[in-house]
Design a protein around this ligand. Structure first.
Ligand code: FEO
Length: 394
């Protein structure tokens, strides 16, 4: 893509990464991603907002060449993670007078991660401004969107909020702005679940903070821009503030069919009681889909056989991830089959200390499930349906 002008003298100069399929060697990217960088020309100074992943730094450089950018005065680094900061050293080399603008915490992290010399920095406090002449940048500290050092930038005259990871989506698209809201909603929710949800209460505070600004465009550093910002702000409000819904998420793994039989019965039992169930086979599921489902769920029930006296490793992985991303769950339980004994329940329960959940009576079955076991599953389904009703989860 060529650099594209958003407003007079303001350009998208980042890179689209169509083929990337994994982020942080962990997060699936079914739709690729982009590393958005923005050039803002003022009457006196020029600023570059974030850079790009180092694998695509030539794209950024080509864009700056095409625009014949002779000088960059300020390089705004919202976030020290390398998908935005990784090309800073190359830009600083090319523009020897450029200064990196960032929070004090970000400065330390950029020195640690990228060995940038100390004299290349200007640190900014919350709400501090810098003039580009006829344009003004206001820096707003928004910690934990995604790391502790993060901030966003408000371009006052054009009312554009440059938000970096905040409001972003891993989505490769030629569209400058959101055109397919359904597609972007899912991609942004996936992003929220994986990146923002662990810090939900701080995200709430940051949402309150940006509410004070009149925003015409949100320009994140991943995915398309929002020319109708209320779409993504409303979505974030729902994800961060709303009570959980009448949903059970059921990640499971089965070795010889006993646990699968229990899962099938249990899903039916919950559905008959009006509970929505989202079932995931952990041997094949996209973990991002599981993370999305956890955003709204009131209850998680893990289905696992007992292997070598404990839960199946796939169930361990799912429990570890759920514990790390801290969804707003209220209840949890475990169902599954064992051959002769083990510590499946104790081990799984000990793995989710971050989840402030009530553990409901697990259903562990010796061998293939029998009539009494199906009754126990009915009982667990009934308990969940009642608990959701009592809490008003709809
Ligand atoms: Fe897009 Fe946290 O980096």
């Amino acid at each position: 893509m060529k650099p594209r002008e958003i407003r007079r003298g303001i350009y998208c100069v980042g890179a689209i990464d169509w083929d990337r399929r994994l982020f942080d060697s962990l997060i699936p990217l079914p739709d690729g991603t982009s590393y958005n960088s923005y050039l803002i020309k003022g009457s006196e100074k020029t600023a570059l907002i974030d850079t790009v992943d180092p694998t695509t730094e030539q794209v950024l450089e080509n864009h700056l060449n095409e625009l014949e950018v002779k000088a960059i005065d300020y390089l705004v680094a919202h976030h020290a993670e390398q998908d935005h900061s990784g090309s800073i050293p190359r830009v600083l080399e090319r523009y020897p007078k450029a200064k990196v603008i960032c929070t004090p915490k970000c400065k330390g992290m950029l020195i640690d991660l990228l060995l940038i010399p100390e004299d290349r920095f200007i640190t900014v406090e919350d709400k501090e401004t810098i003039s580009l002449g006829d344009r003004t940048l206001e820096f707003v500290h928004t910690p934990w969107v995604h790391w502790p050092e993060t901030m966003v930038t408000y371009l006052k005259e054009e009312r554009i909020l440059f938000s970096c990871d905040f409001f972003g989506s891993h989505l490769a698209t030629t569209d400058l702005y959101v055109t397919d809201e359904g597609q972007v909603y899912e991609a942004a929710k996936r992003y929220y679940a994986e990146i923002m949800m662990p810090f939900r209460t701080i995200i709430q505070k940051n949402l309150e903070k940006v509410k004070d600004y009149q925003i015409d465009i949100i320009a994140p550093s991943h995915g398309p821009m929002y020319d109708k910002p209320e779409f993504i702000i409303k979505a974030y409000h729902g994800w961060a503030f709303d009570e959980p819904k009448n949903i059970v998420v059921l990640p499971y793994v089965s070795m010889h069919g006993s646990t699968r039989k229990m899962v099938a019965y249990f899903v039916e039992a919950l559905a008959q009681r009006g509970v929505t169930v989202k079932q995931f086979d952990l041997t094949v599921t996209d973990l991002g889909k599981l993370a999305i489902a956890l955003v709204d769920a009131a209850t998680v029930v893990i289905g696992t056989p007992t292997v070598l006296a404990g839960p199946h490793p796939n169930a361990v992985y799912a429990a570890f991830l759920a514990n790390a991303i801290r969804p707003n769950l209220k209840f949890a339980s475990i169902i599954g089959s064992y051959g002769w004994g083990g510590k499946t329940v104790e081990q799984l329960a000990a793995m989710i200390p971050n989840l402030k959940v009530e553990i409901l009576q697990p259903v562990l079955v010796k061998g293939y499930p029998r009539e009494a076991d199906f009754k126990a599953l009915d009982s667990l389904a009934e308990t969940i349906a009642q608990k959701h009703k009592e809490h008003g989860f709809a």
